[in-house]
Design a protein around this ligand. Structure first.
Ligand code: GLC
Ligand code: MG
Length: 541
């Protein structure tokens, strides 16, 4: 019998990874805030769905200015999520079900409330001074033109010592100085602390912004040039960052089967080569790196095809791609457009794409029930970005609303008042209802995950674009020496006629409109609106 491919050290290549936003997944104690015990209660659901690992957005102690991406103690769990015992239970219950646990590690900055920063700001000769980035400014001016990615200058003046500190994100998130060796080794010990508790990897937050230009030169080019496609090589993607990643990898490699996935922030999104430069087959950098270009793509088969082609081409030999449709920083993939009526069909097209591409798929919680991008009234907005930029930009709460489980109060998320409102656009759209509805998006996900797991060709096969009918139809092959699978996705809300070069001879594996196991032999196919069909091609052996 074939050994289970998800069990080896390369488990992450064949895994499907599910991102949980812990505050919004499941609340076990009725305080309106999701927690670790709540996640434990839903592990059987995740097993049923077929995921192999979960990535938890940050669960560490934090004042929650940026929902945990502002850590004030890397070795403690935030009390609203639970405690260390709860965490150990989560790891053990997940492992019993062969589900791995990935933690989110924020290395670029701490919370302003972290005791290190509190010390660092006291005086210029404080031992923690060098753990952050402090600079003098010329009279009445900031040290240089570096911007915060969240708006305004990246420099904030601190009265106590009359210097500025640098922050890539909010001023409540001062950047750490990764050139300090003591700080590095402290973080290596943080990693070992969690690895010793049995976790299976880390998602490395904003990892490519870790190191900044040592000479503090002004950022070139201008913000406009960056928006037009030029990367900022002064505060991001410094050569030393790659060096540090090697060291993080060394720590991970002290343990078996640990996976590191990096968030690589590029401007504009989809700088494939840059993302891929963090993956490599010659030295040990990251196992996986996010490329967000699918998220930003227009709804067009041609556009998707070109993005995927470029992404696949940029992956170094022996390195491995991963794919993602949405996350806690961006809009949900469904419902941020105006074509609402057809959205469930579109969700199936996207699901088929995500789960039949080459590379590790990441599913964002709720995507499997096509949870919509929510609209939140201004007074209920929690994300400081939303508060700052309303109404031009509503912030990130739209993709962070509570998971929808069943028809009870707050759709089963919590018996108390949820921290963000449940977005109930349609009463059908929860897990329980969709489990009992034949054509539901949830059951479609469930089947696709099972199919993927059972097919070495879908797990490991190469990817090759095949036929494209303008902006409407995307088709591609996955193939190994033994097998060939054709995936056809109709992006349009109309029937489409497809002419094939050679006669197609195969059998349906899964389809939104055709019966599984149905034989298909044709040179001409009429596709239904938004049809997704996966066909195993008959090979002459
Ligand atoms: C990453 C996170 C985002 C956070 C930022 C600062 O981009 O995904 O949520 O605000 O880093 O930590
Ligand atoms: Mg709770």
């Amino acid at each position: 019998m074939m050994s289970n491919p998800t069990e080896g050290e390369d488990w992450w290549k064949s895994a499907v990874i599910y991102q949980i936003y812990p505050a919004s997944f499941n609340d076990s104690d009725g305080d309106g805030f999701g927690d670790l015990r709540g996640i434990v209660q839903k592990l059987d659901y995740l097993t049923w769905l077929g995921v192999d690992a979960i990535w938890l957005s940050p669960i560490f102690q934090s004042p929650m200015f940026d929902m945990g991406y502002d850590v004030s103690d890397y070795l403690a769990i935030h009390p609203s999520f639970g405690n260390l015992e709860d965490f150990k239970e989560l790891v053990s219950e997940a492992h019993k079900r062969k589900i791995r646990i990935i933690l989110d590690l924020v290395l670029n900055h701490t919370s302003i409330e972290h005791p290190w920063f509190q010390e660092s700001r006291l005086s210029e000769n404080n031992p923690k001074r060098d753990w952050y980035i402090w600079r003098n400014g010329p009279t009445l001016r900031k040290p240089n033109n570096w911007k915060s990615l969240y708006g305004g200058s990246g420099w904030t003046y601190d009265k106590a010592t009359r210097q500025y500190y640098f922050h890539t994100f909010f001023r409540q998130q001062p950047d750490l100085n990764w050139r300090n060796p003591e700080l590095r080794s402290y973080f290596f010990s943080v990693m070992r602390f969690w690895l010793d508790l049995g976790i299976d990897g880390f998602r490395l937050d904003a990892i490519n912004v870790l190191v900044k230009d040592p000479e503090f030169r002004d950022a070139q080019p201008s913000l406009l040039a960056q928006l037009l496609g030029k990367e900022n090589y002064v505060t991001r993607n410094q050569p030393e960052t790659y060096q540090i990643i090697l060291e993080l990898r060394e720590v991970a490699d002290e343990y078996k089967g640990i996976m590191l996935v990096g968030e690589i922030y590029t401007l504009p999104p989809g700088n494939h080569r840059l993302v891929a430069s963090y993956l490599t087959n010659t030295v040990n950098l990251l196992h996986l790196a996010f490329n967000f270009s699918l998220i930003f793509s227009r709804w067009s088969a041609k556009r998707f095809s070109s993005i995927i082609g470029k992404w696949m081409d940029s992956i170094p030999v022996e390195a491995w791609p991963c794919n993602v449709l949405s996350n806690h920083d961006l809009n949900r993939s469904i419902g941020s457009d105006w074509l609402k009526s057809s959205s469930d069909d579109k969700a199936k097209v996207m699901a088929t794409l995500l789960l039949t591409l080459k590379g590790t798929p990441f599913i964002y919680y709720g995507e499997e029930i096509a949870m919509r991008n929510a609209w939140i009234p201004k007074r209920k907005i929690k994300d400081p970005l939303g508060k700052r930029f309303w109404p031009i930009y509503q912030g990130r709460d739209c993709s962070r609303t509570p998971m929808r489980w069943n028809n009870s109060k707050n759709e089963g998320f919590s018996t108390g008042e949820p921290w963000l409102p449940v977005y109930s656009d349609n009463t059908e759209r929860n897990v329980l209802n969709q489990m009992n509805y034949n054509n539901s998006i949830l059951l479609f996900y469930h089947k696709l995950l099972a199919l993927r797991k059972s097919s070495l060709c879908l797990l490991y096969g190469e990817w090759n674009a095949c036929i494209i009918d303008g902006k409407n139809v995307l088709a591609y092959y996955r193939y190994t020496l033994e097998e060939k699978i054709l995936i056809i996705l109709n992006f349009s809300n109309r029937q489409r006629h497809i002419h094939l070069k050679d006669e197609l001879d195969g059998c349906i594996l899964i389809s939104t409109h055709r019966r599984a196991d149905e034989q298909i032999k044709a040179t001409f196919i009429v596709l239904f609106p938004y049809e997704s069909t996966v066909i195993l091609i008959r090979t002459n052996d």
